[in-house]
Design a protein. Structure first.
Length: 255
């Protein structure tokens, strides 16, 4: 049975909006919010457990054949306006349960992506999408990275950010030292003292490090890595966007 929610003050709507806007609330409760039919249905098809799916009442018939049988709610236009973040959203939203990070899989990976303080959600989403496309199924993020479970990162990544195994670490230097001990080729993307891409041979397992959009990787993390690499480019520009750099380096180091 599909229930109808008419009021913007309904507790389920208030809870969904809290999840959508509050990072600490998401983490504490182990849930995330997703928007648009393409994103929501893709996450459902990927096997995530949903707590609630909300569909604009006039759009329900269009999507009903692909929706789960339980915890589905049609909503009024007023509620839809409350849930929506913009005109690109098409009347489908949902709350899902997060999957816990698998730390063992991180250290067993042959390709690992490590992100330090990548704060722009659009960059984070683009990097996550590329990582999934190039087979970097395991990702490590620092505490100051953009939340991979935010609606913007999920949408920009085309759901890649929730499909990847993402582990958050507090101490990047200690983590890097542990990777080194386990035989990873740890590669820092930086400029100072770096060899040009293609001039240094790397071997699997490899861990590629990408830093903050403005400041790059911290000096202590760079010092902890075995190799420093830079992308050869025109001297008319200092650096590339973090997401573009990540894409080039992931492709080159993928095997």
């Amino acid at each position: 049975m599909v229930n109808f929610i008419e009021s913007k003050d309904n507790p389920k709507i208030k809870n969904a909006l809290k999840i959508a806007t509050d990072t600490s609330f998401r983490r504490k409760n182990g849930v995330f919010f997703a928007a648009t039919s393409k994103v929501v249905l893709d996450i459902i098809d990927a096997g995530f457990v949903h707590q609630a799916v909300f569909v604009l009442n006039t759009e329900y018939e269009k999507f009903s054949h692909r929706l789960p049988e339980n915890n589905v709610y049609t909503v009024s236009p007023a509620v839809a306006d409350k849930l929506s973040e913009g005109k690109t959203e098409d009347g489908v939203w949902a709350v899902f349960e997060m999957k816990n990070a698998d730390e063992d899989a991180i250290f067993a990976a042959d390709k690992l992506l490590v992100l330090q303080d990548v704060q722009d959600p659009n960059n984070m989403g683009a990097i996550m999408r590329t990582a999934l496309g190039f087979g970097y199924d395991n990702v490590v993020v620092s505490a100051k990275c953009a939340d991979v479970f935010s609606r913007k990162v999920i949408r920009t990544s085309m759901t890649a950010s929730v499909k990847l195994n993402v582990l958050k670490v507090a101490d990047m230097v200690t983590f890097t030292q542990k990777l080194n001990e386990k035989g990873f080729t740890t590669v820092a993307a930086c400029l100072d003292g770096a060899s040009e891409l293609g001039t240094v041979k790397t071997s699997l397992p490899v861990a590629l490090y990408i830093g903050n959009e403005g400041n790059g990787l911290s000096d202590d993390v760079i010092e902890s890595c075995k190799i420093r690499l830079k992308i050869p480019m025109s001297d008319r520009i200092e650096s590339l966007n973090a997401a573009v750099s990540a894409a080039v380096l992931m492709w080159e180091l993928r095997q």
